[in-house]
Design a protein. Structure first.
Lengths: 425, 320
């Protein structure tokens, strides 16, 4: 023991000497099997570490001397930390990026474009869900290697539906079918404290973004410069939720704040739950999991769901850029993404690699999520400073959903303030 | 738990100072130079204070006059941020909420004094056990405390509303009704800081000479009379100290509020504290210049309140 501690400083010096010699060699030249480098990989989801470690092990079979260190920061601190690192030019070499934050980093020259990887054929964007390529492109350059994707569908509890005498939902359901079913459950099973539907209404991804699109409205104009909230169709999409709460089909906002929407569903206190791919693991582990299944979202003017996914990006200031890009490209390969799916970590963005994800929970019809992505998925709305207007959404929309103001009134105020925020970008 | 603003007030005498022995001559202001040694002794602390408190305050002051991008790169905009702040109704609401919270926490100090008195009864068995018990909430992680209270306050399934329902009261949604929410958070804050008051005031009680009580008993004073005429005046220096600390902690309300209210709370906008708005502007909305202006507002408000507390101490604090 003693000997080791005495030798430790020596080993450290040796290691430093090694890295300092090898770093320049790997920095600008093309990466080869012999390239030596140490790169950091920042993520926020601890559950995905085993799958990513398996990815790294396979990556090291090709590049045995590139060491990849995973750096986990919990979601709550991830963006704060990343921004501090960006301000100090110490961003991790490779890191996870999401839609709402992407343009902020790309526009401020923090990310390395993938142009060289695409030009030399290492990466073929056609292999990935197109909406995701668009999501991670800025000024006609792609920066992010799509990692996975999530769409939103209608989860239901078949035991509760049977008890209330309501049919199981299918792909023909309209808003009306859904609203009637939810109301019937609330009315029939009121004495057990069971409601029709519970959905997260802070942030639109699970609930109102989908209904806005289904009604034919929009959250953000296509060029990302004006708000869609003053469009009557958008207002209709918001009204849908205000009505569900007003007629008792859904718990009130206060109830949803005290007991979060997923807890209502996993405790068999609601029949329906609008949520995405990310809920699969939680619902598969829930005590009532065998009662649950998933169906397409109900439709209004059209079928629609928002689609969002993560991407792996490389820091523009990385000192081992070629090694980092090699790792970024590897994470996009069919092999790497299939492994992710097999280990149940995520639903891969590589088209056709998702079979393993579908098979991961046998009693859920998970094809629904893939069908939606293929046929009627709309990109998650983002602009250069997405957080500036999502904060306004979260400030104003509760007043509409709780009925303290009319939906139209709130939506118009939201549109005005959102346009101001967009103009400031 | 820092006396951060103590230094900004510039008061010569710390509140917990021991009394100065009375000498024949009135104490003269010291003018002789003690050499550099004392400075050397305080240097480690001084460096820390300068590097981690004073310098950031100066920087924040500078940032509050700029528009700062998410990745740095500031641009001087003069008083723009302060103008925005004056026009921002949320900041006014947050100031009121912060005051409500602080007042509730302050209301816990008399309770702490009573409890300290009870715990310090001579001959009480398990006295130190009680002291530990009362002090525990103070050292527990605020988020852990908040999680437990979230369950107690839960409108549909919480134990508080269940107990109220037994006596026929239909309890509200404590943490998600505007108005109720900040009071609910305040009650938790008061409960969590009781232990601190009990420990400090308990120590002060122990320093009171038993001879005073013996003399009072001989004169026929009741227990209550002894408490109000001997105990309270003699612990005023400690009461003053606890008050200062509680006010400063009250104005820095963030973690309890953040953890108890959660992110899905419809009453959040009406229940924000000043530090909550600061956090939201700095780290969610990326408007660090504006956030710095709010930070300066918090500093100034705490400074003013603490200054007046020190002014008023002459009226009620007795340094034997």
């Amino acid at each position: 023991m003693r000997k080791i501690t005495r030798l430790a400083p020596l080993a450290l010096v040796a290691a430093l000497a090694l890295t300092s010699c090898s770093a320049p060699a790997a920095s600008d030249e093309a990466v080869t099997e012999d390239s030596q480098a140490s790169i950091s990989y920042a993520i926020w989801d601890e559950n995905q570490v085993p799958a990513l470690e398996a990815n790294i092990a396979a990556f090291n079979e090709i590049y045995p001397n590139i060491e990849v260190k995973i750096d986990i920061t919990p979601w709550a601190q991830y963006w704060t930390k990343l921004q501090t690192q960006a301000s100090g030019d110490t961003l991790p070499d490779v890191f996870w990026m999401n839609g709402p934050n992407f343009q902020l980093y790309a526009a401020n020259d923090q990310l390395e474009p993938m142009t060289n990887l695409i030009d030399d054929g290492t990466v073929d964007p056609a292999n990935y869900v197109e909406v995701l390529n668009d999501l991670y492109s800025f000024n006609d350059q792609q920066y992010g290697m799509p990692k996975d994707f999530d769409t939103v569908a209608l989860w239901y509890n078949k035991v509760i539906l049977a008890e209330a005498g309501v049919d199981i939902p299918d792909d023909t359901w309209t808003w009306e079918d859904f609203a009637t079913a939810a109301k019937t459950v609330s009315d029939t099973l009121a004495d057990q404290g069971i409601y029709g539907v519970a959905t997260g209404l802070t942030g639109g991804q699970e609930g109102y973004y989908n209904t806005i699109l289904q009604a034919g409205g929009s959250i953000l104009s296509e060029d990302g410069t004006t708000s869609g909230y003053d469009d009557p169709k958008t207002i209709k999409g918001l009204q849908f939720w205000a009505d569900l709460i007003a007629d008792g089909s859904s718990p009130s906002l206060q109830q949803l704040s005290d007991t979060p929407h997923n807890a209502w569903f996993t405790s068999s206190k609601t029949a329906f739950f609008w949520s995405g791919t990310w809920s699969v693991a939680e619902l598969a582990a829930a005590s009532n999991t065998l009662d649950l299944n998933v169906a397409p979202l109900p439709q209004d003017e059209k079928q629609a769901t928002v689609i969002h996914g993560l991407a792996n990006v490389v820091s523009a200031g990385s000192e081992n850029k070629s090694a980092a890009q090699a790792f970024q490209a590897y994470l996009g390969t069919e092999e790497a993404q299939t492994l992710q799916a097999e280990m149940g970590a995520a639903n891969p963005a590589f088209i056709g690699a998702g079979q393993a994800f579908l098979d991961s929970v046998e009693h859920f019809d998970l094809e629904v999520f893939i069908d939606e992505a293929d046929n009627y998925a709309y990109p998650f709305p983002v602009s250069k400073d997405t957080a500036a207007w999502t904060t306004i959404e979260n400030e104003l929309l509760p007043q509409a959903f709780s009925g303290t103001r009319t939906v139209e009134d709130v939506a118009n105020e939201l549109a005005t303030r959102m346009n101001k925020a967009l103009a400031a970008e | 738990m820092t006396l951060r603003t103590g230094s900004t007030v510039g008061e010569s005498r710390a509140p917990v100072d021991r009394p100065v022995p009375v000498s024949a001559r009135p104490p003269k202001k010291q003018t002789s130079f003690d050499g550099y040694w004392p400075w050397l002794f305080v240097l480690p602390t001084l460096l820390g204070v300068l590097g981690f408190y004073i310098w950031p305050i100066v920087q924040t002051g500078y940032l509050s006059f700029t528009e700062t991008g998410p990745f740095g790169g500031e641009e001087f905009v003069g008083l723009d941020n302060y103008q925005t702040m004056l026009a921002d109704g949320n900041v006014g609401q947050a100031l009121i909420n912060t005051l409500i919270y602080t007042v509730i926490v302050l209301a816990g100090i008399p309770i702490a004094l009573l409890m300290a008195n009870l715990v310090n009864q001579p001959g009480l068995r398990f006295a130190s056990f009680y002291r530990v018990l009362f002090f525990m909430p103070y050292i527990a992680m605020p988020t852990a405390v908040a999680l437990v209270w979230r369950m107690i306050y839960n409108g549909d399934f919480g134990i508080l509303n269940w107990m109220l329902s037994l006596v026929g009261i239909d309890g509200p949604y404590w943490t998600s009704t505007p108005g109720f929410a900040i009071v609910s958070v305040g009650i938790v804050g008061m409960w969590a800081s009781l232990g601190f008051g009990i420990i400090i005031l308990g120590a002060a009680l122990k320093n009171i000479s038993p001879e005073y009580y013996e003399a009072a008993q001989l004169d026929g004073a009741t227990t209550w009379k002894q408490f109000t005429s001997i105990t309270v005046p003699l612990v005023t220096p400690s009461l003053f100290f606890v008050t200062i600390i509680s006010v400063i902690n009250g104005f820095q309300l963030f973690d309890l509020l953040y953890a108890i209210m959660g992110q899905y709370n419809p009453a959040l906008v009406q229940s924000q504290s000043l530090v909550y708005i600061f956090y939201n502007q700095a780290f969610i909305q990326n408007d660090k210049g504006y956030a710095a202006a709010i930070g300066m507002l918090i500093l100034v408000v705490i400074g003013i309140v603490t200054f007046f507390q020190f002014q008023m101490q002459k009226k009620w604090v007795n340094y034997v």
